[in-house]
Design a protein around this ligand. Structure first.
Ligand SMILES: Cc1cc2nc3c(=O)[nH]c(=O)nc-3n(C[C@H](O)[C@H](O)[C@H](O)COP(=O)(O)OP(=O)(O)OC[C@H]3O[C@@H](n4cnc5c(N)ncnc54)[C@H](O)[C@@H]3O)c2cc1C
Ligand SMILES: *[C@@H]1O[C@H](CO)[C@@H](O)[C@H](O)[C@H]1NC(C)=O
Ligand SMILES: *[C@@H]1O[C@H](CO)[C@@H](O)[C@H](O)[C@H]1NC(C)=O
Ligand SMILES: *[C@@H]1O[C@H](CO)[C@@H](O)[C@H](O)[C@H]1NC(C)=O
Length: 504
């Protein structure tokens, strides 16, 4: 394995001419010793089971390549550069959009074996391979006195999460996860390897902070490490009765506006299991310290009759792996999002209820879809987050602190992929309806007008226009960088994902 790159470099040169005629899988298999698995082999089957959505698992790549070094990734890219096959890159496989990290009939590059976690306590940095999941990163750092800004549910992958900017429990304290990336090791379309930092490639560095998989394959991230002691957190679970829903919507609005302490984090979710008519509120709470100061989460604890409270003092690793209960495998998943301005206190009850009721109404219409579970998450994006993100150098989202916002995240899950076309429309109707509700309230003066409302990429449904909702100057930067690093359109035309729209 260690010698494969040496053997590879002349093999690629020799074979470039005939590569177009042969498949990537065949060429990697015959010309390199990079680990490659075919259908029905154990490693292939187990890697295919590692998707959040079973619809992604059911797409069958022609082979799964598992490079162990950056050089092996570069060797694969140079073989790809000599043909025109479609391919996919996979980290944790948590993105449920079909064909983003999955593929039918082309090679899949799994980053699973690019799995280093190397802490430098003196420099206060951690080098993290994209093949990790966040609970593996927190596990490796457990007891070290350091942590990194990452996922809130341990099983989510590092690779895709960080390219979509990453919303963390620590985001109001330290910004999007991408704001704490110091360097990207990146394999470009021409198979050269670059270390991308703010000083050596400022535009590419910016483009990678929320620009997705348009610029190359990241083979490692150098992350800022932050001193870390015990944290406090867990879940509160409530029945979603009408009064509790009303109180919950008021609580998340107030919390977002007042955001008393940047060390606090919350996700407020509602879940509907439509077959059994069980409606719940599931709240994720977090505080960066062994106990939250008096009062911080009172609005949630004051809502009476929670059924379950798992909040406690624990390590970051225990919190993130504990949150893995929320990952239920065996279903097809879809995800979607919209961003709303936070209503003020006077208009809060009406606006928040209207959003919630729209979600309930749309999900009621697909009650008969087998196994349907609908969820909505209210994720605060307070001014403080925008301030710290900019102070740390900014990112593609470039959110201002003119207003507070809420990032709404939606999931529909169901048993059979035959229901996908129906749910596809339901998903569009749900976030499309949110956008209309927001615009109507902007027109009638209940929500602020002329405000910037970007979409959060990690929560986007595949047809959502992530780049089109960014500021024009960021879109222009993404286009310029893409023209520079991907002149032949390798990532643009041969991989799926959120793509930078062409100018015309
Ligand atoms: C249960 C759950 C909880 C979640 N919680 C959060 C959260 O707290 N915060 C948040 O921000 N998001 C969250 N997400 C969304 C998540 O960040 C996205 O789904 C993200 O894309 C998943 O990352 P992954 O590495 O598992 O992605 P994958 O599905 O493996 O990949 C996603 C995309 O990134 C590309 N990609 C992956 N690795 C690389 C690489 N090394 N180089 C180039 N391209 C690459 C893939 O080709 C694909 O297009 C959550 C998702 C789930 C299912
Ligand atoms: C699932 O359905 C979607 C939408 O109809 C389709 O694009 C995808 O290919 C299907 N997946 C499988 C594995 O058949
Ligand atoms: C890729 O190559 C094949 C075979 O040469 C050709 O038929 C096909 O049109 C090419 N596709 C693209 C997108 O260029
Ligand atoms: C690879 O592409 C980069 C970005 O376009 C360029 O700077 C570099 O010179 C290229 N390397 C080779 C070997 O062509």
């Amino acid at each position: 394995m260690a010698f494969s790159t040496v053997r590879k470099s002349f093999a690629v040169a020799a074979l470039a001419a005939v590569a177009a005629a042969q498949s990537t899988c065949d060429l990697v298999g015959s010309q390199t010793s990079i680990d490659s698995y075919k259908r029905f082999q154990i490693d292939y089957t187990s890697e295919q089971s590692e998707y959040w959505s079973t619809a992604c698992s059911d797409l069958k790549p022609s082979c799964i390549l598992m490079p162990t070094t950056t050089q092996e990734v570069a060797a694969i890219v140079s073989i790809l550069a000599a043909n025109n096959e479609s391919f996919a890159i996979k980290s944790g496989g948590h993105n449920p959009n079909n064909y983003f990290a999955s593929i039918d009939g082309g090679p899949l590059i799994s980053t699973k074996k690019l799995d280093q976690v190397i802490l430098d306590p003196v420099a206060q940095t951690v080098r993290v391979g994209p093949g990790n999941r966040w609970d593996e990163v927190s596990g490796a750092l457990d007891g070290s006195g350091f942590s990194v800004v990452g996922g809130r549910i341990g099983n989510v992958g590092v690779g895709g999460y960080l390219l979509g900017a990453g919303l963390s429990f620590m985001s109001t304290e330290y910004g999007w996860a991408a704001n704490s990336i110091l360097e990207y090791e990146l394999v470009l379309a021409n198979a050269s390897v670059v270390s991308v930092t703010e000083s050596n490639h400022p535009d590419l560095f910016m483009a990678l902070k929320g620009g997705g998989s348009n610029f190359g394959i990241v083979t490692s991230y150098l992350l800022q490490a932050y001193p870390q002691g015990d944290v406090w957190g867990g879940n509160l679970i409530f029945d979603a009765t009408p009064e509790i829903s009303k109180a919950m919507l008021a609580a998340v609005r107030d919390f977002t506006e007042n955001y008393d302490d940047e060390k606090a984090g919350i996700i407020v979710t509602a879940e509907r299991t439509l077959a059994t008519l069980v409606d719940l509120w599931v709240i994720f709470l977090y505080y960066n310290g062994p106990e939250p100061p008096e009062g911080i989460f009172d609005k949630f604890f004051a809502i009476s009759k929670f059924k379950i409270n798992t909040c406690k003092t624990q390590s970051m690793h225990s919190l993130l792996s504990g949150n893995n209960w929320a990952i239920v495998k065996g279903s097809v998943y879809t995800i979607g999002t919209e961003t709303m301005p936070l209503p003020n206190e006077a208009n809060g009850a009406e606006v928040m209820q209207k959003i919630f009721d729209h979600w309930v109404d749309v999900s009621n219409k697909v009650q008969l879809v087998p196994g349907l579970i609908a969820s909505i998450a209210f994720q605060p994006l307070p001014k403080k987050l925008a301030q710290v993100a900019r102070a740390k150098g900014g990112d593609m989202l470039d959110v201002d602190d003119d207003i507070d916002r809420i990032v709404l995240e939606l999931d529909y899950s169901f048993v059979s992929n035959l229901s996908y076309p129906k749910i596809d429309q339901t998903m569009r109707d749900t976030y499309g309806g949110f956008k209309t509700i927001v615009e109507d309230y902007q027109d009638s003066g209940l929500l602020p007008k002329d405000v910037y409302l970007p979409l959060f990429q990690n929560d986007c449904f595949y047809p959502q226009d992530y780049f089109g909702r960014l500021k024009p100057e960021k879109m222009a930067l993404a286009r310029r960088v893409q023209a520079e690093v991907d002149p032949k359109g390798m990532w643009k035309t041969r991989t799926d994902g959120f793509k930078i729209p062409s100018e015309y």
